[in-house]
Design a protein around this ligand. Structure first.
Ligand code: SF4
Length: 359
């Protein structure tokens, strides 16, 4: 049965209430409607909900402290996140457990974040054993708190590092925007999480389009792989009203090329030395066997959303449809295995003859 989203005003906040995307509300049958190309979500993302919202001020984020408007009216990845009672969301997750691969709690920088996260995990675990990810807010965490998540049954930790160099991090999230976030603290939490949660149980979100060059992004993903940490690509899409509202998205060509090269590096099919860059750190040329390029395009995985897996299938569970493109636009990351028509479009978008040297 559908549920009505809660209005602002004097309604309760987390842990009694969580915000979730419209897509998740549809998938959980909390709201009526269908999605473009009948996309169904395999994982549900929820966001902690506080009256004064997030205390950080990232230049590209809809929830940024200094972005105009009340927290209630602020969008996150350009879509509204209606609020629902936590227990109602958990009940719907439990009812549809067979269809659901993962539950992800997105933290915000707020003093109540840690105790409320623990309470939500406890309630969720009491109803269903669907794996839990916490997309964490490093400023409010430490080793002990991470261990508490592990002990409470959290399966994976995500860190929204977003920028892969300290310079870009400071410019978009740190001192330059009075954001208060610290590169060192983010790395402390990534490394502690890796110790506590183990190999392939930690991921870093990486946003293409914040200012880091192709070289920095691809070298970061190769380093993360060596540390058995996932690097999940996100494609920047300007959030109206944010400090980066007027910034340009990465071109589809650049995005596809990074998707393909990251995939081949992670699969061990090519080495970092097979890629050459220009002075600005953009890919200039790559030396790749033709069969590997054809195989990567044919199986399509390289062009799907990067996200935490559904343990049962090994396929991505967190598909975030329309997180970085609008319905009707070319897909940036596909929330399903691309069809033959999609793969034809991908090959065209890659413009392989301009930069691939077949060996
Ligand atoms: S990839 Fe998705 S499920 Fe995993 S931590 Fe990030 S937002 Fe959460």
């Amino acid at each position: 049965m559908e549920a009505t989203a809660l209005n602002a005003g004097s309604r309760p906040r987390s842990p009694e209430v969580l915000r979730t995307s419209n897509a998740a509300a549809l998938s959980l049958r909390l709201a009526a409607g269908r999605f473009y190309r009948d996309v169904e979500l395999g994982g549900i993302n929820v966001l902690l909900d506080y009256e004064r919202g997030c205390h950080a001020n990232c230049a590209y984020c809809g929830l940024a402290r200094e972005r105009a408007g009340t927290y209630e009216d602020k969008s996150f990845i350009r879509v509204d996140w209606p609020a629902y009672p936590t227990d109602r969301i958990i009940e719907q997750m439990a009812r549809q457990a067979e269809r659901m691969g993962r539950f992800c709690i997105s933290q915000v920088v707020h003093p109540r974040t840690h105790p409320d996260t623990l309470e939500i995990i406890r309630r969720f675990r009491a109803r269903t054993d669907t794996p839990i990810s916490v997309l964490c807010a490093p400023p409010v965490l430490n080793r002990e708190r991470l261990q508490q998540y592990k002990d409470a049954g959290v399966d994976m930790i995500g860190v929204g590092l977003d920028a892969v160099t300290e310079e870009t991090f400071e410019r978009r999230r740190g001192r330059a925007v009075r954001g208060g976030l610290q590169w060192k603290k983010y790395w402390e939490i990534i490394l502690r999480s890796r110790e506590i949660f183990g190999p392939w149980k930690v991921n870093c979100h990486v946003v293409v389009g914040l200012g880091d060059a192709d070289r920095a992004i691809l070298e970061f993903s190769a380093r993360a792989r060596r540390a058995q940490i996932y690097a999940y690509l996100f494609c920047f899409f300007p959030e109206p009203g944010s400090a980066m509202a007027g910034a340009r998205r990465p071109s589809l060509f650049r995005w596809r090329r990074i998707q393909l090269l990251k995939h081949l590096l992670e699969a061990g099919d090519i080495r970092p030395g097979d890629i050459q860059y220009n002075r600005r750190g953009a890919v200039a040329r790559a030396s790749i066997p033709r069969a590997l390029v054809d195989r990567a395009i044919e199986d399509g995985i390289a062009f799907m959303t990067n996200g935490c897996p559904d343990q049962r299938t090994g396929l991505v569970s967190c598909t975030r449809p329309f997180g970085s493109y609008r319905p009707g636009e070319p897909w940036r990351d596909y929330p399903f295995v691309p069809t033959a028509a999609d793969r034809t479009a991908i090959r065209r978008q890659l413009r392989l003859d301009r930069w691939v040297h077949y060996r």
